[in-house]
Write a protein that binds this ligand. Structure first.
Ligand code: NAG
Ligand code: NAG
Ligand code: NAG
Length: 311
């Protein structure tokens, strides 16, 4: 077959590409759907991340809760990815598919790791979304690195401003609660990581709950994938870090979503205080909702995220 004949045969395809169909946006160089994507931080820790959806869409970056990983955001990532957004989520150091360093298991380092990812992907105009510990990571990231790349933030069932009880935080949970977490982990981490999702995390210990064994198993699997020291030290990071100044410094709109039946991060010591510290905060209280809003109130959270990002 001659070159001209080949060209003629292919003409219909060319017109398809240029005309009757929306050609996909150009794909950034780093975007590789075949390799497991990692970035390496200053101390050599490898951070795994997912980069889904429309590579040219506005970016939404998700930070997961303790002791989970980016898988826990898949309902929101699938939804917003299908709405045309670029949806990105990493596994925090020591969690999921990231390395398990013995050091740096604290909020400042978590925030610095996330900055490495932001710079690697060179993303701007980002909406950051954090759940629980991830909400602390979002607050510390913004307090420590500023909002130049970020236009909005969402804190879902999040730990800020500070969980642990003290003279200046009387509504907080006593340190004995977190010491007990550590003790349970030390005795039998596998059993503790079964008891948390079977009980308070999803609200499955409530009489009228619809229990999902799949969610319990997924939580356990993600939890056990995290390193021991990493999930152990993260308890201090999420309970004792004071995010008050981070929240006060924020000059961007922040949506705060929290359930009144959150048995992990009680709303009285978190969202109700956080909203007073934020300059441009909006509080959405989910009546009777448990801690696991991203898993239990999927459609409601998805709609609230979409509305907030578009607003
Ligand atoms: C950020 O994205 C929104 C929504 O796509 C757009 O309206 C806005 O102009 C963008 N802002 C900047 C600074 O790029
Ligand atoms: C569970 O029961 C309580 C008390 O009757 C009620 O307030 C709440 O709305 C119920 N929750 C669900 C998810 O049905
Ligand atoms: C948290 O930090 C703020 C100042 O940023 C301080 O006023 C407050 O006392 C601190 N709270 C606790 C419990 O350490």
């Amino acid at each position: 077959m001659t070159f001209t004949a080949l060209l003629l045969l292919c003409l219909p395809c060319l017109s398809l590409v240029s005309g009757n169909y929306n050609s996909p946006p150009s794909v950034p160089r780093h975007y590789n759907t075949h390799k497991m994507p990692y970035v390496t931080t200053k101390d050599g820790t490898e951070i795994y991340y997912k980069d889904w959806g429309n590579p040219a869409g506005q970016p939404v970056v998700f930070s997961h809760g303790w002791p989970l990983n980016s898988d826990n955001w898949e309902n929101q990532m699938f939804f917003l990815g299908s709405e045309g957004y670029r949806v990105i989520a990493h596994d925090r150091r020591g969690h999921g598919r990231s390395s398990q360093p013995w050091t740096g298991n604290d909020m400042d380092t978590y925030a610095d790791d996330l900055l490495v990812l932001f710079e690697h992907l060179d993303i701007k105009n980002v909406t950051m979304v954090g759940h629980s510990t991830g909400g602390g990571e979002v607050a510390r990231f913004l307090g420590r690195h500023g909002t130049s790349r970020v236009s909005k933030a969402v804190l879902v069932s999040s730990v800020p401003p500070i969980m642990v009880q003290s003279a200046s935080n009387p509504e907080g949970l006593p340190i004995s609660v977190f010491d007990n977490f550590r003790e349970e982990m030390r005795k039998n981490r596998a059993q503790f990581f079964l008891d948390v999702p079977t009980g308070p995390f999803f609200g499955f210990n409530r009489p009228n709950a619809t229990v999902s064994q799949g969610l319990i198993d997924s939580w356990w699997q993600q939890g056990m994938q995290a390193g021991f020291i990493n999930s152990y030290e993260c308890i201090k990071a999420f309970s004792e870090t004071n995010f008050t100044a981070d929240l006060q410094s924020l000059d961007i709109p922040v949506l705060v979503v929290h359930g009144t039946d959150d048995q992990i991060v009680p709303i009285v010591d978190s969202a109700y205080i956080a909203i007073k510290l934020l300059k441009h905060g909006t509080l959405k209280v989910y009546q009777d909702a448990p801690h696991a809003i991203p898993n239990i109130l999927v459609d409601r959270l998805n709609q609230d995220l979409l509305e907030f990002i578009k607003s």
